[in-house]
Design a protein around this ligand. Structure first.
Ligand SMILES: [Zn+2]
Length: 562
């Protein structure tokens, strides 16, 4: 008996001592770095967000994409074919924030591009910051910073993980799409200034533009790109994925009398520098500037992994103006594809093939133009938030005796005047109840819900979760609306927009390529919040501070076999 116990203790002791000596936990850890090799990370991470890129654009234009752009991403990389936005509203600032934080408006505070501070009624633009100034121009467009973002980004976490040896740079035509991805601790973020036609930044990041930015701006690259005019890349008769060129639901550049090719971008640019945004040359400019940033900061050649975030915004402006079924949209994607191919080639040469990790996604998709849908008998219609607010205020004044209790219907949310409601001691629950009942009777509104009572609301998943994820108590309206499929808020009758829960707005591409990525694809549902923790896992860094997503095992899982 005694002998047996002794043997058991001996075996147990050997077992624990061998585990302690190897320094490994008893159970094999899934994606731990190999014990014998130094920690391996890519030299550079490049996060590309194509603004307003619907997932189906990968395949709609597939046959005419080159082998080096989108088809290289699909052919060499890993594609998550069913990546969905999991919050409301599906707008630009929120999308960029979600991709880089793995988090949602409820936590990030970036509840939309613009919101109403609920207690004060103050209108807030997501990256406005009156405490900083423009660097590179003297316009208001430079008074921008990430200070309204309440959580860290995966780019912040990389800086923290490497004790700030990593450099993080954000590039976009849009301030918000440069600033929010690059995070709080960014080395730099640059965006396009409509007044000067230059790339600028703010005193949040630096006091003076780097010499390479000054030099780049002095060459007037935007004017040069506009000078050639915008005609189709291929003969216009070959654009089979789009409507004929002149449709009534396509918008026009200021000064144009038709919405047809060729668009005289030289004249259009001379009238308004910002108009370059709504041409494919805005993407060319952005990727060209990104290339300058790689060289200017020597990204991928530092002591630690660097991170470059790029937003190609022109796809969004073109989509808003001309709609998804326009030749302008098709041509913009074919040109972006070529620009991406050239950019990847540049990275191959500058950083080295397989030495950088690139991922590409979108901040949101877009609906078809309403005129286009209606032509084809697909349910769609216009909706106007201003008209709803006016009629709601009339109804509520009749009930509660106070004028203008509703401040706004922006973001498909009803924001109330909390000063009046608290000052007159009104019954807020009763006001919301009447508001919900009234809204649900209006044409085009599928759901209206008092967010304090969403637990009891008969709304199907995943819409309910998207509403909860999108609801920020201080920065979102107390009553959330969802319109019928195909309906959207619009004052004009041309182009399109986004913002809803529907798949056309929320089904986005997600592709990974390069360092640490094996070729493949998955049809499993992936949430937009999963992107940041996947990047964090690949880099062996902490996930961002408000992250609620999970690493995509199909992308990170291969590390088990290393
Ligand atoms: Zn956008």
């Amino acid at each position: 008996m005694l002998r047996n116990v002794g043997f058991f203790v001996l075996v147990l002791g050997l077992f624990f001592s061998s585990a302690a000596q190897s320094g490994k936990p008893l159970r094999r850890q899934a994606s731990a770095a190999p014990a014998t090799a130094p920690l391996s990370r890519p030299k550079l991470v490049v996060g590309i967000v194509v603004d307003q890129m619907r997932w189906d654009y990968l395949y709609r234009y597939y046959d005419r994409y080159s082998s080096g752009g989108f088809r290289r991403l699909i052919g060499e990389g890993f594609s998550c074919e069913n990546t969905l936005i999991n919050y409301l509203p599906s707008y630009t600032a929120v999308g960029h924030t979600c991709i880089f934080t793995g988090s949602v408006p409820s936590l990030t505070g970036i509840s939309s591009n613009d919101w109403i501070e609920q207690m004060t009624g103050q209108h807030q633009y997501c990256t406005d910051d009156s405490t900083v100034s423009a660097v590179g121009s003297n316009t208001r467009g430079g008074k921008m910073s990430p200070r309204n973002l309440m959580v860290s980004t995966v780019t912040d976490e990389l800086r923290l993980a490497t004790n700030f040896r990593s450099r993080v740079v954000g590039v976009s035509l849009k301030d918000r799409a440069s600033i929010l991805p690059a995070g709080h601790a960014a080395t730099a973020a640059f965006w396009f200034d409509d007044g000067s036609g230059n790339f600028i930044t703010s005193t949040y990041y630096m006091q003076q533009l780097p010499a390479w930015v000054e030099k780049y701006n002095s060459g007037q690259p935007a004017a040069k790109l506009a000078a050639g005019g915008w005609n189709t890349l291929y003969p216009i008769g070959t654009y089979r994925e789009s409507d004929p060129d002149d449709r009534p639901y396509e918008g026009r550049f200021s000064g144009e009398t038709t919405s047809t090719f060729p668009h005289k971008t030289d004249e259009i640019y001379a009238r308004s520098r910002g108009s370059l945004r709504a041409t494919p040359f805005g993407n060319t400019l952005t990727l060209d500037f990104a290339r300058q940033a790689v060289e200017g900061y020597q990204l991928g050649h530092g002591e630690a992994t660097d991170f470059l975030t790029i937003n190609c915004a022109s796809t969004d402006y073109v989509g808003h103006m001309f709609g998804p079924n326009s030749i302008e949209a098709e041509d913009t994607y074919l040109r972006l594809d070529k620009d991406l191919a050239a950019f990847f080639q540049f990275l191959d040469a500058s950083v080295g093939k397989g030495q950088y990790l690139v991922f590409l996604s979108a901040d949101h998709g877009a609906a078809h133009s309403i005129g286009f849908s209606q032509e084809h008998e697909i349910p769609a219609d216009y909706w106007n938030d201003g008209a709803l607010v006016d009629s709601l205020n009339k109804m509520l004044a009749g009930r509660f005796g106070i004028e203008k209790l509703v401040r706004s219907g922006m973001n498909y949310q009803i924001s109330f005047d909390m000063g009046k409601i608290n000052g007159y001691h009104l019954d807020f629950d009763a006001i919301k109840k009447r508001t919900v009942e009234y809204c649900q009777q209006q044409p085009g509104i599928a759901y209206a819900v008092d967010m304090a009572k969403i637990g009891e609301a008969p709304i199907p998943e995943p819409i309910k979760t998207m509403m909860i994820n999108g609801y920020n108590f201080k920065r979102s309206g107390a009553v959330q609306l969802a319109l019928n499929a195909g309906w959207f808020e619009s004052e004009g009758k041309t182009g399109t927009t986004h913002g809803s829960w529907n798949p056309y707005d929320t089904h986005i591409p997600l592709l990974f390529m390069g360092w640490g990525i094996q070729h493949g694809s998955t049809n499993a549902i992936v949430n937009m919040t999963d992107i940041a923790p996947t990047i964090a896992s690949l880099l062996h860094i902490q996930m961002p501070s408000g992250c609620i997503g999970r690493p995509i095992q199909a992308v990170t899982g291969h590390q088990d076999r290393q």
